[in-house]
Design a protein around this ligand. Structure first.
Ligand code: GLN
Length: 217
């Protein structure tokens, strides 16, 4: 099988760490800064960083609509932290205007100011009994999951911190900041499953979404 070619949105944030993890797993990677960088990708990661800045730059470089079109045509997309915020359908906050790729609503900075960042062991049934040490930095939380969205990981108190809808995957923490690459392998498996599905891919039944302009935000 050919190597998966994974694009990592490289406008702002910790894209380099994602590229490093993917490279160690043997995937081909490409930094995405312009629409032409999206050509013939097998998957895309939207990294952590500052979601309002990333959204502004997505508009500036004309990337918001092509990414939304490709996701609705089946491209697997994984958003971590700020990336998860951008994947949401709706936020309680006014800014940023999310891309609406995945049928979830997400609240920013949802773990309170006093806990800007923390590490926690999370339970991931897909990984068996060995917990994953997750790093949370001003992390967002899921406040609504659509009917076709599956829970992938939870904190001990039951809070959902990773979820998946077909080829669309979102984590409120930063797996790229730890050595444990199981979430990157998990995303590469999603990409492989998508290739097997062929035409339409995993996201085929997710309706086309038109990206609302963020001009007002
Ligand atoms: N709170 C940040 C935001 O709203 C996300 C934090 C992160 O990606 N570490 O963009």
């Amino acid at each position: 099988m050919t190597l998966a070619r994974i694009g990592v949105l490289a406008l702002q944030g910790d894209f380099a760490e994602h590229i490093h993890a993917l490279t160690e797993l043997g995937a081909e990677t490409r930094e995405v800064r312009l629409p032409k960088d999206l050509e013939s990708l097998d998957g895309l990661i939207i990294p952590g960083g500052e979601s309002t800045t990333i959204r502004r730059l997505l508009d500036l470089y004309g990337l918001a609509q092509p990414i939304t079109d490709m996701a609705s045509q089946g491209l697997p997309v994984w958003g971590t932290c700020a990336g998860m915020i951008l994947m949401a359908r709706h936020l309680p906050d006014d800014r940023p205007q999310p891309l609406g790729l995945m049928d979830v609503d997400v609240a920013r900075n949802a773990f309170g100011r006093q806990v800007d960042s923390f590490e926690a062991d999370i339970n991931v049934p897909a990984f068996g009994t060995e917990v994953f040490k997750a790093v949370f930095i001003r992390a967002p939380a899921f406040v609504r999951l659509g009917d076709t969205v599956e829970v992938v990981a939870r904190l001990d108190d039951g809070q959902i911190v990773a979820a998946r809808q077909a080829g669309l995957f979102a984590t409120s923490f930063h797996p790229e900041l730890t050595k444990d690459k199981r979430f990157h392998s998990y995303f590469l498996d999603i990409v492989r499953d998508h290739e097997k599905e062929g035409q339409g891919g995993l996201n085929a039944d997710i309706a086309n979404v038109t990206v609302p302009s963020s001009a007002a935000s």
